[in-house]
Design a protein around this ligand. Structure first.
Ligand code: FES
Ligand code: FES
Length: 185
């Protein structure tokens, strides 16, 4: 017996669409839209995909580093809607529609952000593994009016970022130097 739907002009499209839906459903993925460094990105992610992994593995933004993967070291720090977070602790699916800034998004017209320049000038790293996270935290605290401008307040605010090379003295010097240049974004 012939199914009248087989003769519908869009039967093929409908079949393809249903097939695609079932593939996606089988894979258990969900649609996700992010604004990453000012560019809209549309992705499909599993519900348990971690923001850090999505940025690194799906979008190729490997500037953000995975250190401890447990919220202890700060290497994965980036900004969500202007607020610094540990991206290893955050599910990507929670950020639908959010604006994400990674270390790759700090430069403007080929020029480093003043905090990046200051890290360079003050030799504020050795191996560099923690540096992206340090820089992202530094940019956030320099904009946060609740945080004092003295060295002790800077050290306290940066205490979530571990540097196993022990570059702390130069990191604080770099942040204080960048404070004087004034760029806020
Ligand atoms: S990798 Fe996220 S805090 Fe260490
Ligand atoms: S520069 Fe090596 S961990 Fe900080």
């Amino acid at each position: 017996m012939t199914n009248p739907r087989d003769n519908h002009p869009h039967a093929g499209l409908l079949a393809d669409s249903l097939a695609n839906s079932s593939v996606e459903a089988a894979a258990g993925t969900r649609a996700l839209q992010l604004i990453v460094n000012g560019v809209e990105r549309r992705l499909r992610v599993t519900p348990n995909a971690v923001l850090l992994d999505v940025l690194r593995d799906q979008l190729g933004l490997t500037g953000t580093k995975k250190g401890c993967d447990h919220g202890q070291c700060g290497a994965c720090t980036l900004h969500v809607n202007g607020v610094a977070i540990n991206s290893c602790l955050s599910l990507a699916i929670m950020h639908d529609g959010d604006e994400i800034t990674t270390v790759e998004g700090l430069e403007r017209n080929g020029e480093l952000h003043p905090v990046q320049e200051a890290f360079w000038e003050h030799d504020a790293y050795q191996c560099g593994y923690c540096t992206a996270g340090q820089v992202m935290s530094a940019v956030a605290i320099l904009k946060d009016v609740r945080i004092g401008s003295d060295d002790a307040s800077v050290r306290e605010a940066m205490s979530g970022n571990i540097c196993r090379c022990g570059a702390y003295k130069n990191i604080v010097a770099a942040i204080q130097s960048a404070r004087k240049t004034g760029r806020a974004d």
